[in-house]
Design a protein around this ligand. Sequence first.
Ligand code: ZN
Length: 463
Amino acid sequence: MSDAPQRLQPTLSLHDSQRRATVPFEPINPEHVTVYYCGPTVYDLAHIGNLRAMLTADVLVRLLRHLYPRVTFVRNITDVDDKITARARANGEDIATLTQRTTQEFHADLAALGVLPPDIEPRATHNIGEMQAMIARLIDNGHAYEAEGHVLFSVGSFAAYGALSGRNPDELEAGARVEVAPYKKAAGDFVLWKPSDADQPGWDSPWGRGRPGWHIECSAMSHRYLGDSFDIHGGGSDLLFPHHENERAQSLCCFPGGRFANYWVHNAMLLVDGEKMSKSLGNFLTIRDVLAQAPAEALRLLLLGAQYRSTLNYTQAGLAEARRTLDRFYRALEAGGVTDAASAPVDAPMPSGVLEALADDLNTPKAIAELHALADAALAGSHEAAVALRQGAGLMGLLRASPGEWFRGAASEGDDVIDALIAERLAARKARDFARADALRDELQAKGIILEDTREGTSWRRA
Ligand SMILES: [Zn+2]
């Protein structure tokens, strides 16, 4: 044991959508915190709106890892969906080719942004058995019914339906303008399983050949890896209703002894030039569109510039400003003598101002203001401040390059991208997703990276 005094950790508080309040975070098991995020539906390149949820999760998980000894972060891949089927058909390619390519693009985009891979990344198509088991159980206990090859969840069977989003199912029904399918007993009932034509993806089931509804995927995958009750469930605010409301209904009715998620974290939407992003307005930006114009870290800083529950407005001017801020921070590192990884010890103390700001419901703008104060001191020559700047920025996944790399403009092509891909491959192997692990090995090989797996872990060298 070291003689160093135990540093006091701040208490983490989070805004819980269900309690509609910011509350202290109390994990089920402080030795092991569990987090589930809804991942992408893989049919196209990810856009910067998708990225906001992924970045919020990344900062949250980095902070949890700092505060707790063990964190398991699960984020799924939705690889069966009618949007995927339609896109594969339009492209004239098979579904597996489309979903595999899009998944790799998603991973590469997130790795460029310094978003750490999840510990477990289950795919929907690998969990059909779990979904069918849940659906059968919901039918058995009277929460679901079969009708014309469909299985529907009966919203009226669950008294707490609407408690998460605050919506009243009766109001929804009365206000519904969409035509209700004739096989539904009530307008709000939603699909757990639906029949597939011969040219649609499908699996044999007690209810005929078909495919799952979207909501049941997350209930099945979160249960498989995190159990009846876990700590935090997150996603964009657009998922609150109906997706999360429905996930919760299915899970609580299937596993009545559990609590499903104890805290619900939802990030607000992103605007581009003050407008909702849409293809018709011509302001639709993929992550790649932005990375073609600016370093990945500038995009990351820009998106962390607003607290996750505030609407964020993306502009070109904002991106340029983020880049100038990073120039300043890297100059400060240099001025304070932190020119490479070796000049700042990894176990240096975390600056308390940054930590407290993030522990206060992920107040990233306040944390960035703290970085500016540290940069002021570092620019005046303080080595201690420069070390603290690197530590604090690291907690938000910022200042990942050395000043030299940043100013050479090579920040996004560094070893960190390779390390992120290797970590992803490890996660895939842990999840027994060997096809994906092999695909990542091939991707690395294509970059001229040779992997060496040993008992101690994976090392790499350039070919
Ligand atoms: Zn989900």
